[in-house]
Design a protein around this ligand. Structure first.
Ligand code: TMP
Length: 211
């Protein structure tokens, strides 16, 4: 049986990365083979592209250039990391995937949803995740978490204005309407334990119905 491909989405500071860590530990304890990966990144070449995209000094980066770099990084990541793991029947947990581009580049940067979907279809062909978890934390709450913690470095995209982050949040809500069967809305403004419990349940349900 093919593996299960689960992506995690959210605005900055949604806590999805911490949620993923707990979810991995849970499934590994059960003896499942789990691959944890992230975008942009997840392969040698894709991680190099990540450093170009997120470099704080690259203030002149053109929006279409950025969208193409995300798609290029995604292509290499899919071919080298995600597809082989799925073929081996593994559970793949990916921190961000194509929906990030649809929302950040397509909607928030105004490049157009359809245009960004088009370049991404070229990159991923038909490999959409089986399940996408949207960790729903309002942007002002998420950004306050990012700036209050030293857990990770503030990157170029964090420094964008709050209204940009609000557009991203609204974009995710639109995407949920478009793909209600694939994208699940998980309330993120709760204890990590509660969020993780919900996510585990959703993944178990997805496994159970997965062909
Ligand atoms: P991260 O903070 O979750 O590691 O993500 C890195 C940044 O890249 C984050 O601000 C979201 C952004 N991003 C996009 O704009 N488009 C994409 O396709 C992806 C994967 C990430």
């Amino acid at each position: 049986m093919a593996g299960l491909f689960v992506s995690f989405e959210g605005t900055e500071g949604s806590g999805k990365t911490s949620v993923i860590k707990e979810v991995v530990a849970h499934f590994q304890k059960q003896g499942k083979q789990v691959v944890v990966t992230r975008e942009p990144g997840g392969s040698r070449i894709s991680e190099k592209i990540r450093t170009i995209i997120l470099d704080k000094s690259h203030t002149e980066m053109d929006a279409r250039c950025e969208a193409l770099l995300f798609a290029a990084s995604r292509r290499q990541h899919l071919v080298e990391t995600i597809n082989p793991a799925l073929q081996l029947g593994k559970l793949v947990l990916c921190d961000r995937f194509v929906d990030s581009s649809l929302v950040y580049q397509g909607i928030a940067r105004g490049l157009g949803f359809d245009e960004v979907l088009e370049i991404n279809k070229y990159a991923i062909e038909d490999t959409f995740p089986n399940l996408t978890i949207f960790v729903n934390v309002r942007p002002e709450v998420g950004l306050a978490r990012v700036f209050a913690s030293n857990l990770r470095e503030v990157n170029r995209l964090d420094l964008e204005q709050l209204n940009f982050h609000q557009r991203i949040y609204d974009g995710y809500l639109e995407l949920i309407q478009l793909f209600p069967h694939r994208i699940k809305n998980v309330v993120g403004e709760r204890s990590i334990k509660e969020v993780v419990q919900d996510v585990i349940l959703l993944i178990e349900q997805a496994w159970a119905t997965h062909e």
